[in-house]
Design a protein around this ligand. Sequence first.
Ligand code: OAD
Ligand code: ZN
Length: 257
Amino acid sequence: MSIVFSDKLLGRLAEAQTVVAFTGAGVSAESGVPTFRGNDGIWAKFKPAELANINAFMKNPELVWEWYKQRKQIIASVQPNPGHYALAGMESLFPECEVITQNIDNLHRRAGSTKVHELHGNIERNYCMKCGAQYSNEHVLSVVGAPRCTQAKCGGQIRPDVVWFGELLPENEWKNAMRAAERADVFLSIGTSGVVHPAASIPPAAKQSGAFLVEINPEETPLTNSVDEFIQAPSGEVLPALLEQIQLMKLTKNKVH
Ligand code: OAD
Ligand code: ZN
């Protein structure tokens, strides 16, 4: 499939100092990580309120842990896809290139992106709710049932380092994400349904600050009407093609000068 990018987008990319990608579950779909809201999305099988929430966790930590251990194992067994790699490849092509992600799967870092703002945490990390001690996935997966802190005299509940419904986003990640959005010359919203706030307010904020707003998604979303360019295709196909175009453009520009 050949993807055509508008001259306007390519022109903005040619001049861009700062390119920011904002990603959701869709960017990992081609890696085999289920999205949240599709037909076979995670929430089609489980109700979010039943599992990803602190009250549910305190009431039934074993059940919530069983679900997270399963997700940790799925995520550990998948690989970044060409979309993740293409975003990582863009870092060397712009003075500033950052990723803001709602995903907890760590695939952007595994693909080589170094400036990643994780708005919803990271499933590879775990911490004790009482003393804050950090625990590896290896440790929590080796424990049967809900793991407890092993620090002397603590014994607190260990939880995954992810943001649950009703919880605040990590302050630093949020600030850095907003700062990046406000600086962006080109802002790519990729594979997100754009319905979960406050994260969903980031693309409009980028546009408000003057960014050229691009959406990459096989489906329309509530954001589609307000973007400058909508590329209706899977990110694992669009992003490598876009990277190639940018590389080509930079190469020709260098030759001309
Ligand atoms: P959703 O499952 O809500 O949306 C996934 C989006 O990806 C949809 O718009 C799909 O059309 C699109 N999509 C599917 N396949 C794609 C592909 N190959 N390429 C590009 N796009 C594709 O997931 P999010 O928007 O990430 O929060 O959900 C946001 C938040 O809701 C999640 O971070 C999570 C959840 O509650 C927390 O866990 C706090
Ligand atoms: Zn502890």
